[in-house]
Design a binder for this molecule. Structure first.
Ligand code: PLP
Length: 417
């Protein structure tokens, strides 16, 4: 890659949807990368190649096609293990998405390990995916959920965390980078404190995996959940990482083919890791596509992506801050330099859905609503916000166009209100 400032020009051409128009020959400006990323041509070609040249079921057939499909599928697991610096491919479990990965932990680890009055510590900024599974297990095992609040800068309140962490805490389950506030949580500090109390730590890495380097051993966490579609990969594939020692102890969530060693009429024994947790035919094309996406991101360089995204985030905040009556939720880039390249905001007396709809009519895709963070919105006292989220394909011209259209939209809605 040349200089990081050229990123969008170099990378955008790889993304058919960002190059081509979708509606009436207009170029769209896609600013919803936190919801899902667009897919580079390399990923699309790889999936096509699988279906055209080596489509077969994995781990089953004696034939060459199956051997090739199995090799590519297992190589995908290897790519993920390297990407997050896991010790072994046995620690990577393919799931449909991050939501399924968290549910797997809640059901297989949670239901198996949690006792009455045990506590699970979450934060108020969690995505529903990291709340609802814990509500379900807490109801079943009679445990207690506790929520860490937000400080005055829109970051996780570390003092509140310390006060709520007790010897009864069995799991701290937190988002690494918030999809709404954008803050990057200090996982290493949290893990250090949690371990002193004997608690395990899960991180929801949906919003960090495509934006910054991550090392599960260095962070000293116990579980990590990720989604492929937020990482320039296909939908329908995600993964759970956990330590081999934990995965070996806990029961599988789903039963069926592929996850067994031997099946008798009344009982069965389980396959070795990671297959014990992967019942049925997996998402083969999607896993292979995800590995290609990881390859694509690695070729650009995660450090370079992170640095570039910092520059556009700063630029976006400078521009947004010039808009009258705007309230941005979450920390500024000065307060949290590692924050996500997104901004969530609201404007008094204007509904965020109206803003998003008008911008959409101008070819600008942003998100509005609660972003699957209803408890956070309730905590802050607003029902709905607008969110613009960027990545390495976003350039300053697009930010300028968004700002210009946002200002016009606000003026229009004010006149009409
Ligand atoms: C922080 C965070 N966690 C979890 C999820 C859920 O991801 P998925 O729907 O791919 O399981 C999302 C998706 O928006 C997210 O942003």
């Amino acid at each position: 890659m040349e200089t990081i400032q050229n990123f969008p020009e170099i990378t955008k051409k790889d993304f058919p949807l960002l190059n081509n128009n979708t509606k009436s020959n207009e170029q769209i400006i896609y600013l919803d990368h936190a919801a899902t990323t667009q897919k580079p041509i390399q990923v699309l070609k790889k999936i096509d190649e699988y279906y055209k040249n080596f489509n077969a079921n994995v781990h089953r057939g004696a034939h060459q096609l199956s051997a090739k499909a199995t090799e590519e599928f297992e190589n995908a697991r290897y790519s993920i293990s390297k990407y997050i610096k896991a010790k072994s491919t046995k620690e990577i479990i393919f799931t449909r998405n991050a939501t399924e990965a968290i549910n797997l932990v809640a059901r297989s680890w949670g239901e198996y390990s949690l006792k009455e009055n045990d506590e699970i510590l979450l934060s108020i900024m969690e995505h529903h995916s990291n709340i609802v599974p814990w509500q379900m297990v807490a109801a079943k095992n009679k445990c207690k959920l506790k929520f860490i609040g937000i400080d005055k800068n829109g970051k996780l309140d570390i003092d509140d965390f310390k006060s709520k962490l007790t010897s009864r805490t069995k799991l701290v389950s937190l988002v690494h980078v918030s999809n709404t506030l954008g803050c990057c949580n200090p996982i290493k500090e949290i893990t250090q404190l949690a371990k002193q109390k004997g608690s395990l730590v899960l991180i929801d890495a949906c919003q960090s995996l495509a934006h910054q380097k991550l090392d599960v051993m260095n962070l000293n966490i116990d579980f990590l959940a990720g989604s492929g579609h937020k990482l320039c990969g296909p939908t329908g594939i995600g993964f759970l990482w956990s330590r081999k020692e934990i995965l070996e102890q806990i029961p599988p969530l789903f039963g069926g083919g592929e996850m067994i060693q031997d099946v008798f009429e009344e009982t069965s024994t389980w396959a070795e890791l990671p297959h014990k947790f992967e019942a049925g035919t997996p998402a083969i094309a999607e896993a292979i596509g995800l590995a290609e996406a990881i390859n694509y991101i690695n070729n650009i360089g995660l450090n370079e992506i992170h640095e570039y995204e910092k520059t556009i985030t700063k630029y976006l905040f400078e521009k947004l801050n010039q808009i009258e009556n705007i309230e941005i939720i979450g920390p500024s880039p000065e307060i949290d330099p590692d924050r996500a390249s997104l901004a969530t905001f609201y404007i008094k007396n204007i509904h965020s859905n109206d803003i998003a709809e008008i911008l959409d009519s101008k070819g600008i895709c942003i998100r509005s609503g609660h972003h699957c963070c209803q408890p956070l919105h309730r905590y802050i006292g607003i029902k709905s916000t607008a969110r613009i989220s960027m990545n390495f394909t976003t350039n300053k011209e697009e930010i300028d166009m968004f700002i210009e259209q946002l200002k016009d939209t606000i003026d229009f809605l004010k006149i009409n209100s």
